[in-house]
Design a protein around this ligand. Structure first.
Ligand SMILES: Cc1cc2nc3c(=O)[nH]c(=O)nc-3n(C[C@H](O)[C@H](O)[C@H](O)COP(=O)(O)OP(=O)(O)OC[C@H]3O[C@@H](n4cnc5c(N)ncnc54)[C@H](O)[C@@H]3O)c2cc1C
Length: 595
């Protein structure tokens, strides 16, 4: 049974009643193509899905209306671009309005020109995927359809629930917990403490709603108001390091740190990765990355980083979560990092990959409502809760644009609040066009957020229009803040040269600068090396970095090559000799599942 079939089957069981199978809908007015596709899909997916095929736009819309009336679940809408009488994207739009949870697939002729209709449809967010016809091999078709269905199944939140979370939607602790579980990719279901099921679950454990959130694991293990560390431990993650000496310590498990871990561990370096929260970094919060090479339909940042994390673990990297690094010391022959729990780890080289944190709005009442209607960074676990509501997004960069587009799939109205008088200086052109083409996104230019209202959750915002010099109070269900970030480098000693908080590396290191951060050696620093020999910086925390996933990944891979080079230099030899001896004595402990 495929993963998708299993997810569908479990979904049915979880619902407790047999439901009619979800629908794969196909429309092409070339009856030969329509029949071939219907037959191919039925052969492979017919056991779990109902394949419905039509050859005219009018008949297709009528069938879809009927399916909506009977509350059938449509998983895929596969629509030929060249339907006669109606453009494929228009048909998709009407079909999607009836079945908003279906994934939209545009069927196109082979045409790899920039004018291909699918290029425009993907850019404007009118389709989720494309299929080319004729398909040469059934296997290729099945692989692609399976991927689309896997995404659909994920959206349905189908499958096994590892945790039941009982809490209140507007409660900050509950929000943080859901956020953590979502980032850790742990399947869970949320129950409001005041709902019948929520009350029943609490009673079953002899608890009431006086201390929330409560988390019940599938095997009955129950945690009341758990800390992030307890949650990570309950999922099998490692939260402390049993290695005291190693070849490389990597601080931060975003794309840069994870890539460095994959390369370092795969090249035989004993590697420890220390992460303050869980792996993924900012990218782990990004719902859809469309510019990462190799993913024509985009990739969820969460999926991408989860895979990198698993890969690093498979190569033998020690992944340690919920473990912030609070200090770095460079002794004569070793580099030492200090952990928040008081432990120290010595390494021959350190790679700093701590990224950036989102800049705060600085409005006291909004800060007090963080997690209770005010969210920093992209919409993650709370996206679905925005269904049918009016929400606001502050910011004018690509991340703000992507978040607005993602929210627009669920919210009734998304308003972007932008201080400048245009998006053009700060946002990629493709995103601007996609936003313009999305009916339920409004962009309010020269507008500042001045205040927030609501006792225990956000209810309204005071917005100030700089052009009119007017303030206005507007109701809102949520505010998503994406206004840039600050590098997470405060924990570094002042021997590490910084500029505006970002870490200087390579040629930027000031070699004749004043004490204490003067470059100490005769040789020049290596390209990603900081002002401390043997300490490297990668990704967003590095001065002049590009602030993209692919560049962070590139940095991470490059840094490992440079670590090898550093370890061959004379200044590292002594440290290496000492640590290699210790290294041989390190007992290799069984690794925990990494995320
Ligand atoms: C919403 C959103 C959408 C985005 N969309 C795109 C996109 O479409 N395309 C694109 O190319 N880029 C995108 N980006 C930017 C991209 O995600 C970043 O450039 C990339 O994640 C940077 O990777 P990094 O590893 O350098 O840092 P980060 O991803 O910031 O990871 C740093 C990690 O270090 C950890 N850490 C920090 N301090 C410590 C410490 N003291 N001890 C231990 N661990 C620590 C953090 O918890 C974090 O996990 C987006 C960013 C956001 C927020």
């Amino acid at each position: 049974m495929s993963a998708t079939s299993a997810a569908v089957a479990r979904w049915r069981v979880a619902e407790g009643k047999p439901t009619s199978p979800p629908v794969l809908f196909v429309i092409d007015d070339d009856t030969g193509v329509m029949t071939a596709l219907r037959d191919d899909l039925s052969r492979r997916f017919g056991r779990d899905f109902r394949v419905v095929a039509e050859s005219s736009a009018a008949a297709g819309l009528a069938v879809l209306r009927g399916l909506a009336d009977e509350h059938a679940r449509v998983a895929l809408l596969i629509v030929d671009h060249g339907l006669s009488g109606m453009a494929g994207v228009d048909f998709l739009a009407r079909a999607h309005a009836m079945h908003p949870l279906a994934k939209r697939v545009l069927l196109v002729e082979r045409d790899y020109s920039a004018d291909s209709p699918v290029v425009r449809a993907m850019t404007l967010g009118q389709a989720d995927y494309h299929l080319t016809k004729p398909w040469m091999l059934e296997q290729d078709l099945y692989r692609e359809i399976s991927e689309f269905l896997a995404d659909w199944a994920t959206d349905q939140q189908a499958g096994f629930e590892l945790f039941h979370v009982i809490g209140r939607l507007q409660d900050r602790g509950t929000h943080q917990l859901r956020e953590l579980l979502a980032r850790f990719n742990e399947p869970f279901r949320f129950y409001d403490a005041d709902s019948e099921q929520g009350r029943r679950l609490l009673q079953g454990k002899g608890l009431d709603a006086s201390r929330l959130p409560v988390v019940i694991r599938h095997d009955g293990y129950t945690m009341v108001g758990p800390t992030p560390t307890q949650i990570i431990e309950a999922t099998g993650g490692t939260v402390s390091s049993d290695v005291d000496e190693c070849d490389v310590v990597i601080v931060g498990a975003g794309p840069a740190g994870l890539t460095a871990a994959v390369y370092a561990a795969s090249e035989g370096l004993q590697t420890v990765v220390l992460e303050e929260t869980v792996s993924g970094g900012q990218a782990g919060n990004s719902p859809m990355i469309r510019n990462y090479p190799g993913f024509a339909h985009g990739v969820s940042g969460h999926d991408l980083t989860r895979r990198a994390c698993e890969q690093a673990w498979m190569f033998g990297a020690h992944m340690v979560f919920s473990q912030p690094v609070v200090g770095l010391e460079c002794q004569a022959t070793e580099r030492v990092v200090y952990l928040a729990d008081g432990h120290r780890i010595a390494a021959r080289a350190i790679i700093v990959a701590t990224g950036i944190a989102w800049r705060r709005l600085g409005v006291a009442r909004l800060e007090a409502l963080v997690g209770a209607g005010v969210f920093y960074g992209a919409a993650g676990s709370e996206t679905r809760a925005m269904e049918g509501r009016d929400v606001h997004v502050v910011g004018a960069g690509n991340s703000a644009g992507q978040t607005a587009l993602h929210l627009a799939r669920y919210a009734r109205q998304v308003t972007m609040l932008v201080r400048r008088d245009s998006l053009a200086q700060t946002m990629s052109d493709y995103l601007i066009r996609e936003i313009e083409a999305t009916g339920n996104i409004t962009v309010r230019l020269h507008t500042e957020v001045r205040d927030g209202h609501g006792d225990d959750h956000l209810e309204a915002l005071t917005l100030y229009d700089k052009l009119d010099d007017q303030s206005e109070q507007v109701p809102t269900a949520a505010l998503f803040v994406l206004i840039g970030g600050e590098p997470l480098t405060q924990w570094l000693p002042d021997t590490v040269q910084l500029k505006w908080g970002y870490i200087l590396t390579g040629r930027d290191v000031v070699r004749d600068g004043s004490h204490p951060s003067r470059w100490p050696l005769d040789r020049a620093p290596l390209p990603l090396e900081t002002s401390v020999p043997g300490v490297f910086a990668v990704g967003d925390a590095r001065y002049r970095s590009i602030k993209r996933v692919a560049s962070a990944v590139g940095d991470g891979a490059t840094a490992v090559r440079l670590v090898h080079e550093y370890l061959c230099t004379e200044d590292a030899t002594e440290a290496g000799r000492n640590l290699q001896v210790l290294h041989r004595h390190c007992t290799s402990s069984p690794h925990q599942p990494a995320h």
